[in-house]
Design a protein around this ligand. Structure first.
Ligand code: UGA
Ligand code: MN
Length: 330
């Protein structure tokens, strides 16, 4: 009898709960929506939709570009030298370049011969590349303990890259020669940070294109100052009267200009801050510069510098014969 009663109660309770649920659901159907969108003004909604549309259009543009093969080629020259962070820097850089259509990477090692680390790295990179090497002579190379600004870095390697381009340019015929006419050359150090947009800015360069560089020269950014679409001076904290007070990361040059001016090269003996000028002086005047990145108002490349890793514990362990396995590539 008690058992039956209990079952009955459970059944009634179940019926009541279901009924309440059904009534609640039916009431919701007729309710007005009070989402926040309704509170927003029409103008706000329109501008939000415009923003979303623009993002989508940009996305479509870049995804179409990645399939394109008929855009001008970008030759990127990168000097690099053996040190603990080298493979990490090259990895970061290659992952950026993998997103850039029609990019040919010219990697120039500061070494007496190609190293296995860079050789294997490039082979596995998935990029189109040329692997060169050129050792900086001892009297031109920074020595342990020298301040980093004492001598130019990467000059001999960039010249080696230019030499390769000129040889290739001289040998090219027909379609290939026509493709080189349109190409652009950029000097990308292995430690900087590059946005993908930067490469689309430089892709169409008639002579020399320029743009701001972030975190450089003791400044938030340095940049060419543009008035009426022309570069008229440079925003820099140091010797603004240098012929081209611009970091290596802040310009790209048309390959045609490089091929028609074989005397243009980097002066490995240039004074501090004059390396870029030593090259650009042969090619253009300030009046010829083509401002990119929204008339030099956007920072799309950063002159980042990687901290040298400390090896205190490694050194201590090595003295005890317990150092990290030298056969593991870092
Ligand atoms: C700044 C500029 O951003 C460089 O483009 C310029 O070459 C340099 O100053 C200079 O005045 O010579 P900074 O960060 O001080 O750059 O130079 P690093 O990044 O140390 O070196 C520039 C490039 O040369 C890097 O790609 C680096 O791997 C390579 N490098 C450096 C060598 O090939 N050999 C070396 O002994 C040192
Ligand atoms: Mn650097």
């Amino acid at each position: 009898m008690r058992m039956r009663l209990k079952l009955k109660t459970v059944f009634v309770l179940y019926f009541m709960v279901s009924l309440l649920g059904l009534i609640y659901a039916l009431m919701q159907l007729g309710q007005r929506c009070d989402c926040r969108d309704h509170a927003k003004s029409k103008d706000q909604q329109i501008s939000q939709l415009r923003g979303e549309l623009q993002k989508l259009q940009e996305h479509i543009k870049t995804s179409q570009l990645s399939k394109k093969t008929d855009v001008p080629r970008i030759y990127v020259i990168t000097p690099t030298y053996a040190r603990l962070v080298q493979k990490a820097e090259l990895t970061r850089l290659s992952h950026t370049f993998l997103h850039v259509p029609q990019l040919h990477w010219i990697v120039v090692e500061d070494a007496p011969q190609p190293t296995p680390l860079v050789t294997d790295f490039l082979a596995a990179s998935g990029l189109t590349y040329t692997h060169l090497y050129k050792l900086t002579p001892k009297d031109r190379k920074l020595q342990e303990g020298d301040p980093s600004w004492l001598k130019p870095r990467g000059a001999e390697q960039r010249n080696e890259g230019l030499h390769w381009l000129r040889e290739m340019g001289a040998a090219a015929k027909g379609k290939e020669a026509a493709a080189l006419e349109e190409a652009v050359v950029y000097f990308a150090d292995d430690d900087n940070t590059y946005s993908l947009q930067l490469f689309e800015e430089m892709r169409y360069t008639y002579r020399v294109s320029v743009w701001p560089v972030g975190l450089v020269g003791g400044m938030k950014f340095e940049r060419p100052v543009v008035e009426d679409g022309k570069v008229v001076r440079f925003h820099t904290g140091w010797r603004p009267n240098r012929p081209f007070p611009i970091d290596m990361a802040g310009f790209a040059v048309s390959l045609r200009l490089i091929l028609t001016n074989p005397q243009a090269r980097f002066d490995g003996d240039a004074q501090m801050g004059f390396l870029e000028s030593s090259f650009l002086q042969h090619l253009v005047t300030m009046d010829d510069l083509e401002p990119k990145a929204d008339l030099c108002t956007k920072v799309l490349v950063w002159h980042t510098r990687t901290e040298k890793p400390k090896m205190k514990r490694e050194d201590a362990l090595q003295k005890q014969g317990l150092g990290s396995d030298p056969d593991v590539e870092v």
